[in-house]
Design a protein. Structure first.
Lengths: 362, 108
């Protein structure tokens, strides 16, 4: 009797966990967004943004959340390092002046915008309700021109145009061979050398990708491409006939990524990938995922308990008390597992069919 | 909006990868658990072998005494039963899962 009571108690605690769903991110409508300049390049340190949606009330305070191209949240601080609040104007839009990649508003050293997709969201001052989402992309400004014959018997010479940087600054040149993505050339070179023509050397025939990056430094770790593209090196005689030996890799525009929640919805599938498997972020799906995880855990625990009871049977050496205890453990493990499996059905019968609790439906 | 996920920031919010320890091929909790389950089954076989040998030894040295023969026989029986329970544990749990149509092991 006591055993059954304990089992019921555990089942109900378990059900409590299932039906407490947290306040999870749901896709908000799109904001209107205009930027100055209209096309943002990595040469820009700060930009002016006007962001809005018809629902905003004039002169009310709002918070703005900002994510960078790697999906990391950057807080928009004011001078006192508090989350900054913004007032909407009469037309229901918010103006951000001198908005920088580091999120600070012209009050600290700002990094240039790295290429990729950036995302903004207007929320209330407690960051609980979302009003709208907007995103903008930052593409490369420079173009790469390969001036030598693209064959493996001549030295490869690359020239970078429209690289707006101090001639004495250095950029990293990375050439990788496809498909293994092995680095064949990775060096820091001065901007003046890149704009006048850099001799890279002979490359074996194959497909390559080239990137001009900011130097990997504490402040700009990661994917900070200025320009990028692909080219092919041929063995002499097999190259396609062209009048021009130069190949021009134009400035690139990253494809805008549609992401809802930067950490969890990178692919827009409404799931968070965790160590316990994908977890859905909409309430019904979350209950399903949580139930799935708890069922798996229950299955694993039952498995371990049955194994332990097997061990206990083995070492009992026929001692009736020990055999009895091990047997009880075995049956309890199986009965407990059955209770967990049937918990949903039990709840449905009690909550929906018998008590007609409000909020519970099939 | 509150994020459910904790990010570990590195330098200037860049992501910090956490590599596996050298020689460990586990990529998820289920990988680790299945390693433990396999180890437990192997250990159970060895343990049951030990009890079979010790039970047989008891049977030899019982020299016809009824009580000791009884005890060693029981020792042998439960060594085998225990091994069967351990070996069947995976099957029992998966049969229960199959019977009621739920996935108890979320292995792909």
């Amino acid at each position: 009797m006591k055993k059954i009571f304990n089992l019921l108690l555990i089942t109900f605690i378990f059900l409590q966990f299932i039906f407490v769903t947290p306040n999870l991110a749901i896709a908000a409508p799109a904001c209107s967004l205009t930027t100055i300049p209209t096309t943002i390049t990595p040469n820009d340190k700060s930009i002016d943004i006007t962001i809005g949606t018809p629902g905003l009330v004039s002169n009310e305070d709002y918070s703005i959340l900002f994510w960078n191209s790697r999906g990391e949240k950057i807080l928009v601080y004011d001078y006192s390092r508090q989350a900054k609040l913004f007032k909407a104007d009469a037309s229901g839009s918010i103006a951000l002046k001198n908005f920088g990649n580091s999120g600070g508003l012209n009050n600290s050293v700002q990094d240039n915008f790295k290429t990729g997709t950036y995302r903004l969201r207007i929320t209330d001052t407690n960051q609980n309700a979302d009003y709208c989402d907007a995103s903008f992309t930052v593409g490369g400004a420079c173009q790469i021109i390969i001036t030598s014959k693209r064959t493996n018997d001549t030295d490869l010479v690359i020239k970078v145009e429209n690289l707006k940087a101090n001639p004495d600054d250095a950029k990293q040149v990375v050439i990788k061979r496809k498909p293994e993505n092995n680095d064949v050339y990775i060096h820091d070179q001065k901007v003046q050398l890149l704009t006048s023509g850099l001799t890279v050397g002979k490359l074996v025939a194959g497909d390559y990708t080239i990137e001009i990056k900011n130097i990997a430094f504490l402040n700009n770790f990661g994917n900070d491409q200025q320009c990028q593209g692909q080219f092919t090196i041929f063995t002499p005689g097999t190259e396609p006939p062209t009048e021009d030996n130069n190949i021009t890799i134009p400035p690139f525009t990253p494809t805008p990524e549609a992401f809802l929640n930067p950490v969890c919805d990178k692919d827009g599938s409404n799931t968070c990938s965790t160590a316990l498997g994908p977890i859905s972020t909409d309430p019904a799906g979350f209950v399903k995922s949580a139930f799935g995880i708890l069922l798996s855990l229950a299955g694993g625990i039952a498995l371990v308990l049955i194994m332990i009871s097997g061990y206990r049977l083995m070492v009992s050496q026929g001692n009736p008390e020990k055999v009895q205890a091990a047997r009880e453990q075995l049956t309890s493990a199986i009965v407990g597992l059955l209770f967990i499996i049937f918990s949903i059905t039990i709840l449905q019968v009690i909550g929906v069919n018998i008590l007609n609790l409000p909020g519970f439906t099939k | 909006m509150k994020d459910l996920v904790l990010t570990i920031p590195g330098v200037n919010n860049s992501p910090m990868p956490i590599p596996n320890p050298a020689g460990v091929q586990a990529y998820s909790i289920s990988d680790l658990l299945s390693f433990g389950v396999n180890a437990a089954i192997v250990f159970a076989i060895l343990l049951s072998l030990f009890f079979l040998i010790s039970g047989g030894f008891d049977l030899i040295t019982a020299s016809g005494e009824k009580q000791r023969i009884q005890n060693s026989k029981q020792k042998l029986t439960f060594a085998v039963i225990g091994l069967i329970v351990v070996l069947l544990s995976l099957l029992i749990v998966s049969i229960i899962g199959e019977l009621f149509g739920v996935k108890l092991f979320n292995t792909p």
